[in-house]
Design a binder for this molecule. Structure first.
Ligand SMILES: Nc1ncnc2c1ncn2[C@@H]1O[C@H](COP(=O)(O)OP(=O)(O)OP(=O)(O)O)[C@@H](O)[C@H]1O
Ligand SMILES: [Mg+2]
Length: 147
């Protein structure tokens, strides 16, 4: 089972995304299978891996809110062993759209079950807030780091 690490701090601009992107690149270079999850609507981890979030048609929003959309349908490959579950601008609405939903804190965790054995590390880059998106990131983690 992959180790799932949420990189979280309520304060903005403290290096969460930088930590996520560089740790992922290092682990992939060392031969580990790595999935980065961009749970921040700013999309900086996604753009950091070269993906333009404004032209992506699907991202984490669909995984969290549409039961028929799976992680594997949305994941993008940066290289053979470094994959990204990208953010799109729609994700900004997810915190509101999740409010009335059943199991709203567990959506990411439940969706990761299908891929947990495909990766050695799953790194989650969180937004600078303690809203439902970050709660989904924390609930999905099986370890966490203060960055
Ligand atoms: N170790 C570091 N030393 C110096 N500058 C750094 C370091 N880590 C990150 N930075 C710089 O700090 C700024 C903010 O970094 P980053 O975007 O990773 O923060 P963040 O916590 O993800 O921000 P946000 O909360 O907005 O998502 C960037 O300009 C980045 O280059
Ligand atoms: Mg960030």
């Amino acid at each position: 089972m992959g180790r799932v690490i949420a990189i979280v701090n309520q304060k903005g601009g403290v290096g969460k995304t930088t930590t996520t992107v560089n740790l992922a690149a290092y682990l992939a270079e060392a031969g580990k299978r790595v999935l980065v999850i961009d749970i921040d609507p700013q999309g900086n981890a996604s753009s950091g891996f070269g993906f333009d979030t404004k032209i992506l048609t699907q991202g984490l929003y669909e995984v969290l809110l549409e039961p028929q959309t799976t992680v594997q349908q949305v994941v993008k490959a940066h290289s053979d062993n470094l994959h990204l579950l990208p953010s799109t601008p729609d994700l900004a609405g997810a915190a509101i759209d999740l409010v009335g939903q059943h199991n709203r804190e567990f959506r990411l965790r439940e969706n990761l079950r299908e891929v947990i054995d495909l990766y050695d590390f799953i790194l989650i880059d969180n937004p600078p807030s303690l809203g439902l998106l970050t709660i989904n990131g924390l609930v999905a983690a099986n370890s966490f780091d203060y960055a």
